[in-house]
Write a protein that binds this ligand. Structure first.
Ligand code: RP5
Length: 170
């Protein structure tokens, strides 16, 4: 469209199944708040391995700077993506229907071998994955860094407001 500005995604949000979407949407929502362009799709390490390889190998040349990958159970997606790209990968362990108690997913994503790191956030903590992605991008983007500072100030103020309302507050 004439005059319209094409916005290219710089964060890729991927997940092993559409059943992860409810959890992973939190990453998308917080990136929208910070006005960070992202793409979101399903890529399964086990069910679409060729798509996973294509996604990881093309990510950098397509302009992505960070990949957030969420998966549950035997959660190989974040680690396999990290093995195929030099982009930073943030892993979100998900307590899915096939997960015993979440530990399977946490350990599959966290306990990577030396040389292939995945920055693993807490169980189901897709919002934190989005914040971490924005913080990494904020290193070279002062405007984004300013938005993150305001986010932290707002968070602080909301806790202070709640504490101020507690009758037992000292
Ligand atoms: C994982 O298996 C997915 O990431 C998902 O968390 C889990 C269950 O997938 P579905 O059986 O719901 O498709 O690979």
């Amino acid at each position: 469209m004439p005059g319209s500005k094409q916005i290219h995604p710089i964060v890729g949000i991927i997940m092993g199944s559409d059943s992860d979407l409810e959890t992973m949407n939190a990453a998308a929502e917080i990136l929208k708040t910070f006005e960070v362009p992202f793409e979101l799709t399903i890529v399964s390490a086990h069910r679409t391995p060729k798509r996973m390889v294509e996604y990881a190998l093309s990510a950098k040349q397509r302009g992505l700077k960070i990949i957030i990958a969420g998966a549950g159970g035997a959660a190989h997606l974040p680690g396999m993506i990290a093995s195929l790209t030099t982009l930073p990968v943030i892993g979100v362990p998900i307590k899915s229907s096939n997960s015993l108690d979440g530990w399977d997913s946490i350990l599959s994503i966290l306990q990577m071998p030396n040389g292939v790191p995945v920055a693993t956030v807490a169980l189901n903590a897709a919002k934190n994955a989005g914040i971490l992605a924005a913080e990494i991008l904020g290193i070279s983007d002062d405007k984004l860094s300013g938005k993150l500072s305001n986010f932290k100030k707002d968070m602080e103020q909301s806790v202070l407001d709640i504490a101020g309302k507690l009758k037992t507050n000292p």
